[in-house]
Structures are given as C-alpha cells and as structure tokens.
Design a protein around this ligand. Structure first.
Ligand SMILES: [Zn+2]
Length: 276
C-alpha cells in the first residue's frame, strides 16, 4: 500500500524518515526522493552512517489523481482514533514509520508563492541547527501553537508527541518546477547535516525567523482584496479581503502566510505572522 525504500549503514547513526506527497498534488518531495534513492543505488552517494527510510508517495491515491487528498487532509489526521477514509488508513501505517525514526523530514509545496520555507515547531537544538544549516530563507515557528490545542495532528506534531522530532519543508509552488530543485537540495543538505553523506561546499544564505500568529478560516464568499502571495507584508488596518459579507483588516503589521484563493467554507484561508 505504501512504497518504502530503506538504506542502512553498518555504522550506527541517526535514523531519518523522509516523506513526499503527504498531499497528493505536492510532487516535489517525490521527485527529490526518487533522485536520492537513485543516487544511493548508483553509488553517487554513499551512506556513511545511520539509517534512512524514504516514502516518496505517501498518499499514492491522491498523487495519482493529482489532488491534495482523496477524502481527508492526511496531514491533519495523525493520532486519530477514527478509521473512516483511505487517508485514515495511510496515517495509521505512517505512524509506525514515524515511531521507528529519530527524525522526520516532511517535504511539501504550497498553492501560492515560490519562496521556500521550513516549519520549525520543535524546541530541540538538533532541529534548530538543522534549519540553520539549510539553504532556505524563512524558518516559520509557532505552527503547533495554532494546531496544538486541537486533535488535528500533522506528521511532525505526531512525531513530537511520540518523543521524536522533525521539520516540514515547503519547497515553493506546486506549479513551479523550481520546487523540485529546492526539494532535491534540501534532501541532500539534510543528509549532509547529519553527516550521512559527504558534504558539498556551499555559501550560507541569509535566513529570517517568522512567528506564525493566527489562522483565519474561510467564510462564506471569501475573497482576497488583492492577489496575496506567501510572505507578502501587511500593515495594521490594511484590507485583506471579504468573508461572510464582512471586510477583514490586518490586525497587526507582519506577513500574510499561505493565502489560498480558492477553497470551501471552513477551510484554512490564510495565516498571519511577524518577525521574531
Ligand atoms: Zn502540503
């Protein structure tokens, strides 16, 4: 039901799980994982220590249909006690792999915006240092505080709840093939960080840490005032859009995060954030 490829060194080291296409229309992770598997199989990369498990197409049915999900958002139903959809069955299978790993790297892309970023919800030094080592310009924090109170667990909050750790990397837009390159580079840099493969020389890029503050859900006839892109800056009092026949204004200066122009009532519409 799930494609899994593992590589294990004779030398002990970290146990890493890398996931692609938790959302079926976010294919950059699958592309990067397929290439990484090829790199190990061809001998281009040699695993120096530890174990790596690749799951390139976690939600295969959604991947094949090029949709985010078949029935349920797979990245909101970990640790659910229900078994009411294909995604719930996949989540149960993936939970075993997450519980067996030390660190989980979950590769995604976004609907709108080409700027790649990381979701960092861990307090652990290892994940902070990992984020700082990656060539990704934005590190987004505070996601767990938005979803933490609810039953909606994603891959990484599930991992953290089991004493594991991890990050979600958003590699750019589904529609821009540059997200494939970001994803490939990120997989390589993760393995370099853990000293599991030889490191290539590279320049460190400038990074910004952003605190995600609030989730806004889509109301009736929700529509943005303008064509917002991820990390567009907003100023206090600026018109964001209309929802439930009311105009919505920015509550603070900061950023608009993950705006989705289309969706159903009750879906995540956008988030706001600020510099840390
Ligand atoms: Zn996603």
């Amino acid at each position: 039901m799930i494609e899994v490829t593992c590589f294990e060194s004779v030398h002990s080291g970290p146990n890493i799980l890398i996931l692609g296409s938790i959302h079926g229309d976010e294919k950059c992770g699958s592309v990067a994982i397929d290439e990484a598997i090829q790199n190990f199989q061809s001998g281009k990369w040699a695993l120096k220590k530890g174990k790596i498990t690749f799951i390139p197409r976690a939600n295969r049915a959604a991947y094949d249909r090029d949709v985010r999900q078949v029935e349920y958002n797979l990245n909101r139903i970990f640790d659910s006690h229900q078994n009411i959809s294909k995604e719930h069955q996949i989540a149960k299978l993936l939970e075993k792999y997450i519980e067996n790993a030390d660190y989980v790297i979950d590769l995604h892309s976004v609907y709108s915006g080409d700027t790649p970023f990381v979701f960092l919800d861990s307090d652990g030094e290892v994940m902070k240092n990992l984020c700082a080592s990656l060539s990704l310009p934005y590190i987004m924090m505070g996601w767990n505080e938005i979803y933490g109170g609810s039953q909606e667990k994603d891959t990484i909050s599930f991992a953290i709840s089991r004493g594991k750790d991890g990050i979600t990397i958003e590699c750019g837009s589904h529609k821009n093939s540059e997200s494939n390159e970001v994803s490939k580079r990120s997989v390589r840099e993760v393995l370099e960080f853990f000293e599991m493969i030889d490191a290539e020389k590279r320049e460190k890029i400038l990074q910004k840490f952003v605190q995600v503050e609030k989730l806004f859900r889509r109301g009736k006839n929700a529509e943005f005032t303008k064509n917002f892109k991820n990390f567009d800056t907003i100023t206090h009092g600026e018109s964001i859009g209309f929802s439930d026949d009311k105009e919505i204004f920015a509550e603070n200066d900061g950023y608009i995060i993950l705006p989705k122009a289309y969706g159903s009532v009750g879906d995540e519409w956008y988030y706001t954030g600020r510099d840390l």
